[in-house]
Ligand binder design. Sequence first.
Ligand code: CMC
Length: 382
Amino acid sequence: MPHEFVPGLEGVPIAESAISFVDGLKGVLEYRGIRIENLAEHSTYEETAHLLLKGDLPDQAALGSLIHELANHRRLESQIIDLLKCLPEYGHPMDALQAAIAALGMFHPARDVTKDAENHLSCIRLIAKLPSIVSAFERFRNGAEILSPREDLGHTANFLYTLTGVEPNHVSVKALDVCLILHADHTMNASTFSGRVTGSTLADPYTVVSSAVGTLSGPLHGGANEQVLDMLREIGSVQNAETYIENKMANKDRIMGFGHRVYKTKDPRAIILRRLADEMTEEHGSTELYEIALRVDEIVTERLGEKGIFANVDFYSGIVYDALGIRSDAFTPIFAMGRVAGWLAHWLEQLIDNRIFRPTQIYAGEHDIPYRPAEQRGGKSS
Ligand code: CMC
C-alpha cells in the first residue's frame, strides 16, 4: 500500500475518465475529444451539455428533444421560491444556490440512482433549474418581481431574460453561452472531485450537485472570479496597477485570476474569454476596468510568466459578466450554471464502476493519553 502523502493530491489520479482532457503544457482543453475552441465557436450550451453527459454531440432530433425537456423543467416549485425569499437578501448567492439545490431534491422523490431514466430526469431538472434559482434570488435581493421562465427562449437567453426582465440581444446571448460552454467541465478540479466523492456514497444527484456548489464557492476555485473584479476596482486606475501588483508580490499574496494547478502556459479558456471581452468592449466601448485588467495581465505575465503563472479562466470571465450588467457576487453562481453539466457527467461516470472513496491519512497525533476530569485539566488546550 502506498503511504506517501501528496498535499493537494497533486498529480494523483482518482478516476479513469473519458469526459474531458487537459494538456497543461500545450494549453489544450477538450470535451470528449473536441477542442474547446471549436465548441466555443460553433456549439451551444445545450449541445455541449449533451456531449458531456451522453458522450457525443446530439443529432437534430436529440438536440430538439433536449431543448424541449430543458424548457419544460425550468419552472421552480413555489416552495423553492418561498425558500429563497426567506433567505437574507444580503447573503451570498452561492449559499442561496447551494441551499435551494439541496431543497430541490426533496421535491423529486424519483431519484433511485440505479435507474437510468430517473438519473436522466434528475440531470435535466438540475441543468434547467439552476439558472432559475440564480435569477430568482438575484431579482428577490434587488427587490424586483421574480419572473416565470419562457419556454420559447433557449437556455441562455431565458436565463438573461429572467435575470433582467428584458429579452436579450444575440450578442449578449452568444457571449454568455460561450462562458457557460467554457465552464462546463475541467477534468478533476476540486468541485468535480467533491461531487464524485459524494456520488460514490450513492447519495442522490441533488446532494452531489449541492456539495460541488459548496466546493466551487471558495476563492481558490470558482470564487476567484468575484475577487478579480473586487481587485480591479480596488486598483482603481491603470496607473495604480504596477504598484498594486508589486505590493501583492512583496507580501507574497495571491493575485486572483492567475495561476493554475495544471496549466503552466496560457489557459485556453482565458484566451477565448479575452477575445470575447475585446469584442464586447468594442461593441459597448472600453471600460476603465477592462483597461486595468489588460495592464494587470501584462504586469503579472512579465513578472510571473516564467514560473508558469498566467491568467486563468476566472480572470476574464468577470469582465464579460460585468459588461452584461451582472453583479460580481453572482459570477460564481453563473460558473456553477455552466459546470453543472460536467458535475453530472462525472457523477454518471462514477456510478458505472463505483467504489466509495475512502482514502487514508498519516496519523500525526499522540497515543494512550489518559482521561482527566475537567477540574484537573490545564495546559495547551485550556
Ligand atoms: N499569484 C501569485 N503567486 C502564485 C499564484 C497567484 N495567483 N498562484 C500560484 N502562485 C505561486 C505560489 O506562491 C507558489 O510559489 P512558490 O513556489 O514560490 O511558493 C507557486 O506559484 C505554486 O503555487 P501553489 O499554491 O503550489 O499552486 P497550486 O497548484 O496549489 O494552486 C491555485 C493553484 C489556482 C489555487 C493558485 O494558482 C491560486 O491560488 N490562484 C489564485 C486563485 C485563482 O485564481 N483561482 C482560480 C483557479 S482557475 C479556475 C478554478 O479552478 O476555479
